[in-house]
Design a protein around this ligand. Structure first.
Ligand SMILES: Cc1ncc(COP(=O)(O)O)c(C=O)c1O
Length: 489
């Protein structure tokens, strides 16, 4: 009898995967560098990968035009403006927001978040409400809120699923005085746990007097965001996470009805219709122009339109379907891994199933006695097998603190070390305080992922079975010890 391969079994268990076969052809034709170099790329939440054709088309565009600084009326300038506006229209169309939203180009999602933070009318009596699993670029908005005297609250997550605690969220939403400026900021999908938070929260919060900032950076690479179906006031995005190229361009989508809420704290070249030195006055440009400081990344922005076309040709639902199948298969496989003594090898942070979760899986590995294996060493081992994954806290301290049960006291113990605190020192501190961890490993799938990538990682993970030498504080790590561990698996 012929042996049934893992892939054949996978296709039987996940029949929907077969409908995404076009992505295998695309991987062969446009992402050949992955297989030519034997790379398993598993950090799409860190950054997407571009198709070769995106770069070719962009290079051709640059080769065929003369693009000048857009702040002018000469032919090279108007050509640039035309393409920037085409890209802006493409962004709005992609998210179905052409009638109701304004698109502001930024450097990245963080730039978009900072625009909201600095321009939102925080004031005493008003509030900022954040979920615990926000990215640091959202957490940073609390500094603007605090400086301006608004109250700052965090809505907790449930454990072990790391979903929003609905009753705590309801109680916190009820604290708002609807006559003041109140901002709720949360990720559509956590870049730590992969949890998809409910988009219904947007209307629920608005009904209680809140404006809503939806950080969609980790959601939109594999999910459809329809701004007719859900209407957050502010949406933040980085395009390299969606389609890999270009880097250095992000976007803030502002609901037109909320545009007037934002007040720029300064002006810059490009954002004013009129400015005088003698009278010390300025008139800010309306709509997006008032938010785009200085000169836009005008050579890269046309590549956003190319990237969106590429994504739409593939179909975001096809990407979602494929990455969903791979995530479910990987979760099942990881949770089944056991040491010889029957104890689990892996702890997943967040939901153990793929329900209402995206293609991001955070985890830690443990030895047969239940001691944490050092994720930094595991990353090095994975690197030797040309597997690219991510380790650390992923700029998402709150999710990690909740997942590992780190307390405020634990964090203060780290802060007490002062400016000398390093990740290794903090890890050691947490080990000493009851064997806790800080940080994790993360793998994530995207549009060029295939079954072989997932299988490689699962096989690699299985190779850590019955290993004890990677625990934190174990003898120093070198390439030879990596080999011993791999050969022994
Ligand atoms: C959920 C989320 N928000 C915001 C950001 C910040 O994106 P950028 O670094 O592109 O500004 C990231 C980046 O990983 C993210 O995952």
């Amino acid at each position: 009898m012929l042996a049934v391969t893992a892939f054949a079994r996978f296709l039987v268990d996940y029949p929907a995967y077969s409908a995404t076969r076009a992505l295998d052809e695309l991987r062969a034709s446009e992402f050949g560098r992955l297989d030519a170099q034997g790379q398993a790329y598993l950090d799409y939440t860190g950054g997407g990968l571009h198709a070769d054709a995106q770069v070719r088309e962009h290079a051709q565009l640059l080769g065929e035009h003369v693009f000048g600084n857009p702040h002018s009326a000469n032919p090279s300038s108007t050509d640039t403006t035309r393409l920037i506006e085409r890209a802006r229209a493409a962004v709005l169309a992609h998210f179905n927001g052409a009638d109701d939203y304004t698109a502001v180009f930024t450097l990245n999602a963080s730039g978009a978040l900072k625009l909201v933070g600095e321009s939102y009318p925080f004031a005493p009596g008003g509030r900022l409400l954040l979920t615990v699993d926000n990215h640091n670029s959202v957490n940073g908005i609390r500094e603007f809120a605090r400086t301006k005297g608004a109250a700052v609250d965090y809505a907790p997550l449930t454990t072990p699923d790391l979903r929003i605690d609905a009753s705590a969220m309801n109680a916190l939403l009820a604290r708002a005085d609807p006559t003041r400026a109140n901002l709720l900021a949360y990720p559509a999908q956590s870049n730590f746990s992969g949890v998809k938070h409910p988009l219904a929260l947007i209307d629920a919060a608005r009904d209680r007097g809140w404006d809503v900032l939806l950080d969609a950076a980790a959601f939109v690479p594999t999910n459809r965001l329809d701004l007719r179906a859900v209407t957050p006031d502010f949406v933040t995005i980085s395009f390299y996470k969606m389609f890999g190229y270009p880097t250095g361009v992000g976007c803030l989508l502002i609901r037109n009805a909320a545009l007037g809420r934002l007040r720029r704290p300064w002006f810059a070249g490009g954002t004013v219709n009129f400015a005088t030195v003698q009278a010390r006055m300025h008139v800010l440009s309306p709509r997006e122009a008032g938010f785009e400081d200085g000169t836009l990344n005008y050579l890269s922005i046309p590549a956003v339109e190319i990237g969106l076309r590429h994504l739409e040709r593939i179909g975001i639902d096809t990407i979602r379907q494929r990455t969903h199948c791979l995530t479910d298969w990987l979760l099942t496989g990881l949770l089944a891994l056991r040491h010889g003594n029957g104890r689990p090898l892996v702890r997943i942070y967040g939901p153990a199933t793929s329900t209402q979760r995206g293609a991001t899986v955070a985890m830690n590995f443990y030895d047969p006695q239940g001691h944490l294996l050092d994720y930094r060493r595991i990353e090095e081992l994975a690197g030797l097998e040309r597997i690219s994954l991510r380790t650390g806290c992923f700029c998402n301290p709150g999710a990690g603190e909740t997942a590992e049960g780190l307390t405020e006291d634990d964090m203060r113990a780290g802060l007490a070390e002062g400016a000398q605190i390093t990740l290794p020192r903090f890890l050691q501190l947490m080990q000493d305080r009851g064997g806790k961890s800080a940080g994790a490993l993360r793998v994530s799938f995207g549009l060029a992922s295939n079954f072989a990538d997932a299988e490689r990682f699962l096989r690699f993970a299985g190779g850590l079975r019955d290993q004890a030498t990677l625990t934190i504080g174990a003898a120093s790590f070198d390439i030879e010890s990596c080999r011993v561990i791999r050969d022994g698996s």
